[in-house]
Design a protein around this ligand. Structure first.
Ligand SMILES: Cc1cc2nc3c(=O)[nH]c(=O)nc-3n(C[C@H](O)[C@H](O)[C@H](O)COP(=O)(O)O)c2cc1C
Length: 149
C-alpha cells in the first residue's frame, strides 16, 4: 500500500502534526506542495490532499498540485485543520475528484491553533489543538482508509 499526501502547513504546523500521526499507522510520503519537485502520484495506491483552512479554502499550492498531478481514477482523501470550522473548504477538491473519476474515501478535519489577525490579541483560537484526542481520531481515520483499499 503506497500513500502520498500533498500538503501545506505553515501557520503553526498543525496539519503536519496530524499527518505525522497518521503516518504512524502506515507509510505515507509527505509531499510539501510549495517545493518544486517531480511528483508522480500515479505510483501510489491512494493520494491525500491536506492543508490548514485559509480564508475558507485549502491553500492554493495544494489546489494547484491537485489540478496538476491528480491522476484519473485515483482514490483520494482530504485532511484539514482550522481555527473555526471546515466550512466548504473541500468543495473544489471534491469537484475535481468527481471530474477525474476519483473515489473520495473521506475527509478528516480537526481544530488547529489559530493566531491569525485579531485572534492573536486574545491568545488565539483553538489553543492546544490538535490535541491527543485529535491525533487518535486522525490515526483511526487513516487505519480505516487502509482497511478499505
Ligand atoms: C491567513 C490565515 C487565514 C485563515 N483562515 C481561516 C478560515 O477561513 N477559517 C478557519 O476556520 N481558520 C482559518 N485560519 C486558521 C487556520 O486554518 C488554522 O490555524 C490551521 O490549523 C493552520 O494550519 P497549519 O498550522 O497547518 O498551517 C486561518 C489562518 C491564517 C494564518
Amino acid at each position: 500500500m503506497r500513500t502520498a499526501v500533498c500538503y501545506y502547513s505553515r501557520h503553526h504546523g498543525n496539519t503536519r502534526k496530524v499527518l505525522e500521526a497518521m503516518a504512524r499507522e502506515g507509510e505515507i510520503d509527505l509531499i510539501d506542495a510549495t517545493v518544486r519537485q517531480t511528483v508522480r502520484l500515479e505510483d501510489y495506491d491512494c493520494v491525500g490532499f491536506a492543508s490548514g483552512v485559509y480564508f475558507g479554502k485549502f491553500h492554493t499550492s495544494v489546489l494547484h498540485a491537485a489540478r496538476q498531478y491528480l491522476p484519473h481514477g485515483k482514490p483520494v482523501f482530504f485532511v484539514c485543520t482550522y481555527g473555526g470550522g471546515m466550512g466548504q473548504s473541500t468543495r473544489e477538491l471534491k469537484e475535481l475528484a468527481g471530474e477525474r473519476g476519483c473515489a473520495v474515501l473521506g475527509t478528516f478535519g480537526c481544530k488547529g491553533y489559530d493566531t491569525f489577525g485579531p485572534f492573536k490579541l486574545v491568545g488565539g483560537l483553538a489553543k492546544g489543538r490538535p490535541d491527543e484526542g485529535d491525533l487518535d481520531r486522525a490515526r483511526s481515520f487513516f487505519r480505516d482508509i487502509l482497511t478499505r483499499l
